[in-house]
Design a protein around this ligand. Structure first.
Ligand code: HEM
Length: 199
C-alpha cells in the first residue's frame, strides 16, 4: 500500500502540473480541448462514453507525458548473460541497464515531427505510428506501472473537468519560465499561471 501511495501520488500530480504549464504556453491547444468537450455534450457528469470520445485530449496527455515523462528512466537487472543485437555489447548476469525514458521520447530518430516541439497533433498525423519504445511513460514489460490505467483515468477526468471551468493563462516570463528539477519525478520549476473562470 505504501508503494502505491509513493508511486501514485507525485507522478500524477507532476503530470498535472506540466499540463497546466503547457496549456498556459499553448492557448490554441487549450481551445481545441474545450471545443472537443463542447462537441461531446459538455455536461457536469461526464459519462465513460463521453470521456472515451475525447480523442484530442488523449493526444494532449500523451504529448505532456512525452515532453516531460514524470519518471525520467527505469532500470532492469540481467538474470542471464546477454549481448545487445546491434552494437554487440556484452552484458553479464547481475548488470543493471538504465532505460532512459526521457531521452527516448526526445530522440529525433524516432519522431517525424521535431521532438522539441509541443505538438499533440503529432499523434493524429506523422507520428501516429511512432516506435512504441520511444514513448514509455509507464515503463514496459512485466514490471510496467501497475497503476497506469488509474493514473491516466484520474488525469483525464481532472483535466476535462478543469477545462470546463477554467482557462490557464501565461503569467509572464518571470514566473512561468518553466525549467525543471529532477527528484523522484521531473518536476516543473517555475509554473506561474493566471486562472480565468468560465462565466
Ligand atoms: C502519471 C502517473 C504515473 C506515472 C507516469 C507512472 C510511472 C511509472 C513508471 C515509469 C514505473 C516503472 C515501470 C518500469 O520500470 O517498467 C512505475 C512503476 C510503478 N507504479 Fe506508476 N506511474 C504513475 C501512476 C501510478 C499510480 C496511480 C500507481 C498506484 C496507484 C502507481 C504504482 C506503481 C507501482 C506499484 C510501480 C512498481 C511496479 C513494479 O515494480 O512491479 N503508479 N510507474
Amino acid at each position: 500500500m505504501l508503494a502505491f501511495m509513493v508511486a501514485g501520488y507525485e507522478t500524477t500530480s507532476t503530470a498535472l502540473a506540466w499540463f497546466i504549464h503547457f496549456m498556459s504556453k499553448h492557448p490554441h491547444v487549450q481551445e481545441k480541448i474545450k471545443e472537443e468537450l463542447m462537441s461531446n455534450g459538455d455536461s457536469q457528469n461526464l459519462t465513460l462514453d463521453q470521456l472515451d470520445a475525447l480523442v484530442y485530449l488523449d493526444c494532449v496527455i500523451n504529448e505532456a507525458f512525452r515532453y516531460f515523462p514524470p519518471i525520467e528512466g527505469t532500470i532492469r537487472t540481467l538474470t542471464v548473460d546477454d549481448r545487445l543485437p546491434d552494437s554487440g555489447i556484452q552484458l553479464y548476469k547481475g548488470d543493471s541497464v538504465y532505460i532512459p525514458l526521457y531521452n527516448l521520447a526526445h530522440d529525433s530518430r524516432y519522431w517525424s515531427i521535431d521532438p522539441e516541439l509541443f505538438c499533440p497533433e503529432r499523434f493524429l498525423s506523422e507520428d501516429s505510428s511512432h516506435n512504441p519504445y520511444a514513448l514509455l511513460p509507464f515503463g514496459g514489460g512485466h514490471r510496467q506501472c501497475i497503476g497506469q490505467d488509474l493514473g491516466r483515468f484520474e488525469l483525464k477526468v481532472i483535466i476535462a473537468r478543469m477545462m470546463q471551468q477554467v482557462t490557464f493563462v501565461d503569467g509572464g516570463p518571470k514566473v512561468n519560465s518553466g525549467g525543471h528539477l529532477t527528484r523522484f519525478t521531473i518536476l516543473p520549476k517555475h509554473v506561474g499561471v493566471a486562472i480565468e473562470f468560465a462565466q
